[in-house]
Design a protein around this ligand. Structure first.
Ligand code: PHE
Length: 339
């Protein structure tokens, strides 16, 4: 019996050398340790060993089992290591890592976020409205008569349904006043607007606007000027010169255009128009009342100011970008400069 066990052990020791795969290892294990394996058979023979020999044989049996189990474990680890090595063969882990390319916001998004953040600080909340609008929200409610050029087919994208792509974000003024519980209202509405323009360096068929509306008791032109001066000084710097130039919009009275003085290196400074604004026209409040019928926005009770900025224009001035089309060309050489 002892000889038999020694033979099993030395057979196992030499057989393990030729085990070179997981399948071969499993065969090896079954051959020696399996239910019908050689060691199991030998253990069954313990029955026939005499009482005196039992301790010695039993000890030998355990020793051989331990050795063979050890062989299986060692070989399992070695095979796993071999597999790992094969998986990374040809890869040099000592090479420096590839640099991660980090994305960044589009210059228009960056500009918009900055504008929104600044107005948030002044207590303006974000409001939204659809890009496909009714004529009511785009024109009628905003005191814009039938014969106004903005309503012209040549200037505006109409659908067969009679709806249109909003020509400005002022639609959100109307939607907000129609929908809120009542004044005060202090909102900004960033979003796209669409016009049938000839596309060139400074005109596009779609652009990003930021609308603002403040309605409360006793809002005055001083509030309008103070708010917008604060805004533009935060964006362009404290010393930037601004000018409020009288203008006309159907939905504000009085109305202004705001110009900012640009100092480009090597060129004479010039004024650039960047926003439209004004005091909400009483006729707009009347339109709102005609819908709400609760008189909360009666021009006798409230007044307000509104403004609309072109975010594209702002970003162009801010970064000295000469052509609006660069924003939509998607050329990474351009975009990377703002990362
Ligand atoms: N809606 C105007 C435009 O698109 C801008 C504007 C907004 C003017 C609010 C006055 C008040 O040109």
């Amino acid at each position: 019996m002892l000889d038999e066990l020694s033979a099993i052990q030395s057979d196992a020791l030499s057989a393990i050398d030729s085990v070179d795969s997981e399948t071969a290892l499993e065969e090896f294990r079954i051959c020696f340790l399996g239910k019908k394996g050689r060691l199991t058979a030998a253990a069954a023979g313990m029955r026939n060993v005499s009482k005196e020999d039992k301790p010695a044989v039993g000890q030998k049996l355990n020793e051989v089992r331990k050795t063979i189990t050890g062989l299986v474990e060692k070989c399992t680890v070695e095979l796993a290591a071999l597999k790992d090595a094969e998986a990374v063969a040809g890869i040099d882990p000592t090479l420096p890592a590839r640099p991660l390319t980090q994305g960044a916001g589009h210059p228009l998004s960056q500009m918009l976020n900055r504008a929104v953040d600044t107005l948030h600080q002044l207590g303006f909340a974000i409001a939204e409205g659809p890009e496909i609008e009714t004529e009511w929200h785009c024109f009628d409610a905003l005191n814009t008569p039938q014969d106004h050029p903005a309503r012209n087919e040549k200037d505006t994208f109409y659908f067969d349904s009679g709806k249109l792509l909003r020509t400005h974000t002022s639609t959100v003024q109307v939607r907000t006043m129609e929908g809120v519980a009542g004044p005060p209202v202090r909102i900004i509405a960033p979003g796209s607007a669409f016009r049938r323009d000839e596309i060139d360096a400074t005109h596009s068929i779609s652009f990003t606007q930021l609308e603002g509306l403040y309605v409360d008791r006793d809002v005055t032109v001083a509030d309008l000027k103070g708010t917008l001066e604060y805004f533009f000084h935060s964006i362009f710097g404290k010393d930037t010169e601004l000018r409020f130039r009288p203008h006309f919009f159907p939905f504000t009275e009085p109305s202004f255009e705001i110009d900012v003085k640009l100092h480009a290196a090597g060129k004479t400074s010039r004024w650039i128009e960047i926003a439209g604004c004004g005091m909400v026209d009483p006729a707009v409040f009347e339109s709102i009342n005609s819908q709400r019928k609760d008189d909360l926005f009666s021009p006798d009770r409230v007044s307000g100011f509104a403004f609309g900025l072109g975010i594209d224009r702002l970003a162009m001035i801010m970064h000295g970008i000469p052509d609006l089309r660069l924003f939509s060309d998607n050329d990474v050489r351009f975009l990377r400069q703002f990362a």
